[in-house]
Ligand binder design. Structure first.
Ligand code: PLP
Length: 423
């Protein structure tokens, strides 16, 4: 508090107001890590939890009632995502769903008595750790792994993807929206190019897509994307943590390692979190209903942020060509930037002291190299990638939140940049 008072004395009234604002409020700009829980989802979950308390697998009335609600949730979610309800499996989040899909290849190879080295997996270099790490496990086991690098905008191009395919390719992994840069991947086009390649070899290639940062935020249809499998996560929308869903296209046989009570048609056994799943599905419905309105509002907030940052010589947007109003290539909910020479961790810590919460890329970086993997794959120099931070906005972010962030950028961060340059 003393530090804030001292700062306030030295700066202009407008900046002082925003420093006061951030002291009074927490400015949450880390929605891509997790969303602030939505009161609608929380309340619904609590209500449903009391009324539908039975185990959905129990044969008595309390069980059947819970089973009914679970299936209601499944068809509601299927309707929102444009798929069949028997193509959806509830999981404990997207990390689990992604691991299930990747590691299913091990089970398949073992069942078919195939050498691991006879399988190629093609993965984009910008995937979340929950896909990257299990694919590295496959590599250690002897699978052939090929990475596809994005262009300097952070976008995977169909020609780069096709170049990585070979006759042994069994799986391709490309996400829908990158969680660090917000870059929207042309998934439908990529799927089509993989399908065309598949026709020439006669070998089926599974296309898996991580749709975590897209669900309820940008319009898409699983049917139109034509992917074979996809994952989603409840807490990125404001529902409970530890809930997700895995879409597996009808007639695609993926076999997983789990064994248990046979829930989720034996693919993901374990007692379902009925109330959490139901409130998640209802929240997806709510987000879909207001998707356009939210998108426009996020677009306005993001455009304001970008245009203001572009006026500041000490700020580097990543990628540099990120422009206002570019909804075709970037989600308006996520942006990456750097304040050289400040390390990303320093920026996060300094802003944290001002009650402004952002992050260095993904929340799930296990080691330093992993922290800069995505940005470096786009050609961002490693020193700049180490300076990078991610700002991600959400359904409640206001222009005042962004102004508070900008005041800190122009004040505290700019001063620190100057001092660090000078030292
Ligand atoms: N995929 C992406 C793109 C993400 O951003 C995240 C969350 O950080 C995940 C997967 C993991 O989701 P969950 O927290 O549900 O395991």
């Amino acid at each position: 508090m003393n530090r804030i008072r001292q700062n306030i004395k030295k700066i202009d009234a407008r900046t002082a107001f925003f420093l006061y604002y951030v002291h009074m409020h927490e400015v949450y700009l880390d929605w891509a890590a997790t969303a602030i829980p939505d009161p609608f989802a929380l309340q619904l979950q609590q209500e449903v939890c009391h009324e539908f308390y039975g185990n959905p697998s129990s044969s008595h009335n309390a069980g059947s009632k819970a089973r009914g609600l679970l299936e209601q949730a499944r068809s509601l979610l299927a309707g929102q995502l444009d798929c069949r309800s028997d193509e959806l499996y509830f999981t404990a989040g997207a990390t689990e769903a992604n691991n299930m899909v990747v590691l299913s290849l091990v089970k398949q190879a073992l069942t078919l008595k195939k050498e691991f080295s006879s399988y190629t997996v093609v993965i984009s270099a910008i995937e979340h750790a929950s896909l990257w790490e299990p694919v590295l496990t496959l590599k250690k086991l002897g699978f052939k792994v090929k990475k596809v690098y994005p262009d300097s905008r952070g976008i995977i191009r169909a020609d780069s993807l096709v170049q990585a395919l070979d006759k042994q390719t069994v799986m391709v992994i490309v996400m829908l929206i990158n969680n660090e840069t917000g870059a929207v991947q042309p998934v439908a086009e990529l799927v089509q190019s993989v399908r065309n390649y598949s026709k020439t070899t006669g070998r089926k290639i599974i296309f898996h897509c991580d749709a975590v940062q897209a669900v309820g935020k940008i319009p898409f249809s699983l049917r139109e994307l034509n992917v074979d499998s996809a994952c989603l996560s409840a807490h990125k929308l404001g529902a409970a943590k530890g809930i997700g869903a895995l879409f597996i296209k009808k007639r695609l046989e993926l076999d997983f390692f789990y064994g248990g009570g046979g829930q989720e048609r034996n693919k993901r056994p374990g007692t379902e979190n009925t109330a959490g799943i139901y409130s998640f599905s209802k929240l997806v419905e709510k987000r879909q209903t207001s998707l356009q309105k939210n998108l426009e509002s996020a677009g306005r907030v993001m455009n304001f942020l970008i245009s203001e940052l572009k006026k500041l010589s000490r700020v580097v947007l990543i990628p540099k060509q990120r422009a206002e109003n570019d909804a075709t290539h970037y989600s308006p909910y996520i942006i990456s930037m750097a304040f050289p020479p400040l390390a990303g961790e320093v920026v996060v810590r300094v802003l944290n002291e001002l009650n402004i919460y952002i992050s260095t890329g993904s929340a799930c970086h296990s080691h330093k190299k992993e922290r800069t993997r995505v940005l470096e794959s786009m050609g961002v120099p490693s020193s700049l990638a180490a300076n990078a931070v991610r700002v991600s906005i959400g359904f409640q972010t206001t222009q005042a939140d962004i102004s508070a962030f900008l005041a800190a950028v122009k004040g505290t961060l700019s001063k620190l940049q100057q001092q660090t340059h000078g030292s």
